[in-house]
Design a protein around this ligand. Sequence first.
Ligand code: ZN
Length: 134
Amino acid sequence: MMKISHVGIAVRDLAAAEAIFKKLLEDDRVHHEEVADQKVRIASFELGDSRIELTQPTESDSPISKFLEKRGEGIHHLAFEVEDVAAELARLKAKGFELIDETPRPGSHHTRIAFLHPRSTNGVLIELCQKEDH
Ligand code: ZN
């Protein structure tokens, strides 16, 4: 695990949340992206060596929609940057962690990502995040 890549925050209204975080961080440089695989739209802010990712669902069956229904807006996940997601998944599985993704999937900012189940990590949804060579 190299560092915290980003903190994902689930929001209902991306434009409204973005306005709040622009004020909070005093930063107008926002990166917008849609991640079709997760059915979300993201507005992200660089913060030092990591990012804050505001995440709004684009479909009612998005994982973020389910989270918003159950828990409301708030911190959704913590993402750790790793060298090799597949290798980390194998290591963590062998140590008894429960995986949501058995294999890496596409993430934002040209990354390959995978989630661990919060059941095995004290209620925290953890994402592993590997930069793609491009
Ligand atoms: Zn993430």
